[in-house]
Design a protein around this ligand. Structure first.
Ligand code: PMP
Length: 390
């Protein structure tokens, strides 16, 4: 199987898995217990927190809160900050390309009386920082813009947005799920006040994440209970998951330069190779301002799902749109946001690469793609007459 769906799921790194193992059996204590069983796991949880603190560049007084994943981190950031600030204002600014895990909690906040402005991105899939700033009002209590888009890979101008928001004392949240491990996500560098981090996106276990919270940001808990994680996220800690995420973060930080070089090389090879071999091919999203793991092509006249089926006959696993919405038939809201028609959006295919992707994998893909596209175009009613005589 040739796996090009790293955006949907990654294998847990062997070293990470090894680090986690004892916390299922030998070290089974509860970190809140005051005896030795508790001490050992409490220390492990704090060591893992230190690893994530270092990974995200958290400073003195900042917090890293462990959660059950990016979805929960986004819910905590959005609902937590908005509800706490309700008396000061009820307006939130975001974009029209956010993942459902931001879009849907914001919908829920709208039902609670908040007003949300969704700033449209430019045709290259990047939001203009000035447009985000223009959307801020006296009532704005939060700005949420994703670090990188999970479908078209575009990197958003978080630093500029944070600067503009901070001029008005508005905190900024960024969902960095599709950026971590692929580019530098550093709290000081980007200036965001809340950062959603995902464990599986750095070769850690699924169902595990964290939220970085800058010192001074006021947040109301979403999960109430025993008061763990400073009372911000109650519930007995997922110790093995936390240890895994810590180990994954340490590895990702250590390997970042190497991972970026590897992915960038593969990305260039795939984009250039496809452009050369297949006419009427377009790259969705910006070519430069994009995470190095992501390639999203629009092949004119054909259907993305048919492409996936044909590719899977060769053992190639890719995707259309977001893994989380692959069961719906509606066109991707991200591709609609960059101006694609329904037809075009349905013709797009995404290839997501990772640490284990090799040059040989790209060679194989580049060998199989042109004949697959050619065959589907010959069957497609959308292919213009005379296309094959050009
Ligand atoms: N945000 C983004 C940008 C994503 O791509 C995803 C899915 N990987 C999520 C949030 C949700 O992640 P999870 O399902 O792990 O909570």
């Amino acid at each position: 199987m040739l796996y090009f769906d790293y955006g949907a799921g990654m294998p847990v790194d062997e070293q990470v898995f090894e680090a986690m193992k004892p916390f299922f059996t030998t070290h089974f204590g509860n970190p809140s217990s005051l005896h030795e069983y508790g001490d050992a796991v409490r220390e492990a949880v704090e060591a893992a927190r230190a690893q994530v603190v270092s990974f995200v560049g958290a400073g003195e007084g900042d917090k890293v809160v462990f959660t059950s994943g990016a979805t929960e981190s986004n819910n905590l950031a959005l609902k937590g900050v908005a509800r706490r600030a309700r008396r000061r204002g009820t307006h939130i600014v975001t974009t029209n390309i956010e993942h459902w895990a931001v879009h849907t909690p914001l919908k829920a906040l709208e039902k609670e009386g908040f007003e949300v402005t969704r700033v449209p991105v430019e045709p290259n899939g990047i939001v203009d920082a000035d447009a985000v700033a223009d959307a801020m009002t006296e009532e704005t209590v939060l700005v949420s813009v994703m670090f990188a888009n999970n479908e078209i890979g575009t990197v958003q101008p978080i630093k500029e947005i944070a600067e503009r928001a901070h001029e008005r004392n508005i905190p900024v949240h960024t969902d960095a799920t599709a950026a971590v491990g692929r580019i530098l996500v550093d709290a000081n560098d980007c200036g965001a006040d809340l950062i959603t981090l995902s464990s599986n996106d750095i070769y850690g276990p699924k169902g595990m994440g964290a939220l970085y919270i800058r010192r001074g940001v006021r947040i109301e808990p979403v999960m109430h209970g025993g008061g763990q994680e400073w009372g911000i996220r109650s519930g007995t800690e997922n110790v093995a998951g936390i240890v895994g995420m810590g180990a994954a973060a340490e590895l990702a930080q250590r390997r970042l330069t190497r991972d970026i070089a590897h992915l960038s090389h593969l990305q260039t090879k795939l984009i250039d190779g496809a452009f050369e071999a297949i006419p009427d091919t377009h790259l969705n999203g910006d070519r430069q301002q994009r995470v190095p793991n992501n390639v999203n092509f629009l092949f004119d006249y054909i259907e993305g799902e048919a492409m996936l089926l044909s590719l899977s006959n060769y053992g190639i696993a890719a995707s259309t749109g977001s893994a989380c919405s692959s069961k719906t038939l509606s066109a991707s809201h991200v591709l609609s946001a960059i101006g694609q028609s329904n037809e075009e959006a349905h013709g797009s295919v995404q290839f997501n690469m990772g640490r284990l992707t090799t040059d040989d994998d790209i060679d194989f893909l580049l060998e199989k793609l042109p004949p697959v596209v050619d065959r589907l175009r010959r069957m497609s009613p959308l292919t213009p007459k005379g296309f094959f005589d050009r």
